[in-house]
Design a protein around this ligand. Structure first.
Ligand code: ZN
Ligand code: ZN
Length: 338
């Protein structure tokens, strides 16, 4: 079967590998139909993904078809279309014991810590597959990215009367916006990139857009009728932005870091106490998020077709992936086999 391996930073190689054969009782063999390309993939390519080991087969945003099932599999049957939950948790640690598989102490993310889906077939534990008979493979490939937003909005416990600011209008910021809107809250998005902001407004992903500059606070107050936000979700992973986000909250506000950076975070304690803030991290997503997202996409309540800005074939990945990264019109790129 065709396989694409990232040998080392900036070096892809196509090869012919053995199609997986023997399945464990709880395993499923799936055919990969569509693959979403994510920030992690670009960072891995450029050698900027911390703790990343090479060689690695990338691909963790997958729309797949069930080809064969292990002897004890009851969750899926052959021919079914599925999204893949790529977070392989141990099921035994203290986090897993408390239903926090997304924060498992031994977490292995497919396509990041273990080999992923940039190949024709892959074996997946049955309980990591989420079936939909209605969605197409492209939609299924977007479920994982959407999960990041769904989980973050769940962490923030966004209510319809919240005033919400989403910082960062890239794919993760967009996925956060989708779920804030579903909860009926007023939401504004801030970014430095005007094209990204225009995309959010044009596709009705936010009620207002704010260009990040030295007047950001004034713009926030204007958008929310003189009030500061009750929830801020920062999807930038930029330390400068994350330090600013702390200043955007009203009393009782919740700050959720969806993006992360490799460093220490500092804040002014009196300013934190005075406003009685809550600061939260949000990591990956949980199985229930996959189920809810698929249900919302099936009813049409959630539509992300407008996200797909680029479609490339599997054969084009090695050449096109580096170029896509600097493409100004990039929102989301999807890989097809055909
Ligand atoms: Zn991703
Ligand atoms: Zn665990």
């Amino acid at each position: 079967m065709k396989t694409l391996t990232l040998l080392q930073p900036e070096s892809f190689a196509y090869s012919d590998t053995e199609k997986p054969s023997s399945l464990l009782p709880n395993e499923v063999l799936v055919k990969v139909h569509k693959i979403g390309i994510c920030g992690t993939d670009y960072h891995a390519f450029w050698g900027r993904q911390p703790f990343f080991q090479y060689p690695r087969i990338l691909g963790h945003e997958l729309g797949v078809e069930v080809i064969a099932i292990g002897s004890e599999v009851t969750e899926v049957t052959t021919g079914q279309k599925c999204a893949v939950e790529p977070y392989l948790n141990c099921g035994k640690c203290w986090a897993c014991e408390r239903d926090l598989g997304n924060c498992c102490e031994n977490l292995q993310v497919m396509g990041v810590h273990t080999d992923g889906g940039m190949r024709e077939y892959i074996k997946v534990p049955a309980h990591k597959l989420h079936v939909s008979d209605k969605l197409n493979y492209e939609q299924l490939a977007l479920v994982e990215t959407l999960g990041i937003g769904a989980h973050a909005v769940e962490r923030a416990n966004v209510q319809s009367n919240d005033l919400v600011l989403v910082v960062g209008a890239g794919p993760i910021g967009l996925s956060v916006l989708e779920f804030v809107k579903l909860r009926g809250a007023k939401v504004a998005v801030v970014d430095r990139n005007i094209q990204r902001l225009d995309f959010c407004l044009e596709h009705k992903k936010a009620d207002a857009s704010i260009i990040a500059n030295d007047q950001t606070v004034e713009q926030i107050l204007e958008v929310f009728g003189g009030k500061m936000p009750t929830v801020v979700l920062d999807a930038t992973g930029s330390p400068a932005s994350m330090h600013q986000s702390f200043n955007y909250l009203a009393a009782g506000g919740r700050l959720v870091f969806v993006g992360l950076y490799q460093g220490d975070y500092q804040f002014n304690d009196p300013s934190f106490h005075k406003r009685e803030l809550t600061i939260m991290g949000s990591r990956n997503s949980k199985p229930n998020n996959f189920k809810e997202i698929i249900a919302a996409m099936e009813t049409g309540e959630l539509s992300v077709d407008s996200w797909i800005s680029h479609r490339i074939t599997f054969e084009e990945v090695a050449e096109q992936l580096p170029k896509l990264y600097t493409e100004p019109s990039l929102v989301k790129a999807i890989i097809s086999w055909e």
